[in-house]
Design a protein. Sequence first.
Length: 231
Amino acid sequence: MVSLEEAVIARLKKGEEHFEVLVDPYAAADFIDGKDINIVQNLAIDTVFKDSKKGTHASEDTLIKHFGTSDITEITKQIILKGVIQLTTEQRHKMQKNKKARIIESIARNAMDPKTKSPHPRQRIELAMDQAGVHVDPFKPVSEQVKTIIDLLRPIIPISMENIRISVKIPAEYIGRAYGTIRNFGSLERENWESDGSWLGIIKLPAGMQNDFYDKLNDATKGNVSTKILK
């Protein structure tokens, strides 16, 4: 349970009725983002209010009329997903900062410069977001915001969300260590063994992950690997 001091009001209006729960704002944001959250465990009080400031509870009949159930878990989920969550200025700033970092990480891992086929550094993405005046919604899922933000960044930096295909050739003595690395980064489209025992494969992965992929692959093979980006 979250303390009353740390909880915020999540409110949903249905007809002339108001329904409120007192919830941990960070847990609510994670729940909206699709994370597996036991949302009732993140309430300050496990009840649905008509007016939380007055301590007025919503009646069971009213809950069933408007939600089709009196189950607090299902009702809380609806209030959080469809209603309005009130934040303090400090909470909103902190949550926007955290969400912005996650958005930048997502773009850095999945986007690239379509001209050079190279990923963009995180700092470049952040500067472009600031220049574009991007507004980060603390409660909107990262994946949903990334699509809009990419469109805002295109006039500032060449950027596209794409997968790339990389041909990889590894000598036989290193494939045992390197194979797991390859499979962990993307989908293996094709593989075969050469007559000298070396392994040849084609992997498809998010464009922004290629530098990490090369680093891990070089570590696993001690640099004895050949790679080529395919069209």
